[in-house]
Design a protein around this ligand. Sequence first.
Ligand SMILES: [Zn+2]
Length: 201
Amino acid sequence: MADKNSIPVFRKPLYDLVGCRFGRWVVIAPHRIEGVHHTKWVCLCDCGTFKTVYGSSLKGGKHKSRSCGCLVLDTRAAKKLANPANVNGKPSKTYYIWRGAKSRCLSPSSSGYKYYGGKGIGISDSWMTYANFLADMGEAPAGLSLDRVDAKGDYCVENCRWADNHTQSRNKTNNLWIDTPDGKMISVDAAKNMALVILHL
Ligand SMILES: [Zn+2]
């Protein structure tokens, strides 16, 4: 049994982590502090950063450490790149179009809800998942937006296409159709037609 009055001697570490790898850390040396057990270790991260890390953090537990912080950043960046909603790590135009359509149909707080969900226009079950919408429609071509062929129908693959504003505006439920000498057309086109006739008189 140890004598309580004897001079304390330096205690050898209970474990030696030098050379061990924990995630991106490789332990280089114990970090000795005067009067304190060397519970910290000098570690080198794969990215080239040196830091001292608690042995308990290396070995696991609540504050587990697996890198200088670069691992979390790289994982986050990789997830962003892998997310189908993102293009170059940022939410794509197509994603915002899908989110807008979904909220017009399903969210009474959406400004457009009264013209869509409020009038019984829905979105297909499959399109509740963005990846399915993207697989059906592809990325939105430049200058085009999501148009429903039947303006009274739902947002679903059978009823949707990418269309320019000209096509979309002619496909609205509230368009006024007029019989003209040049055939049946919506009021906007009839007015334009009339203006052209006047110009050429
Ligand atoms: Zn690092």
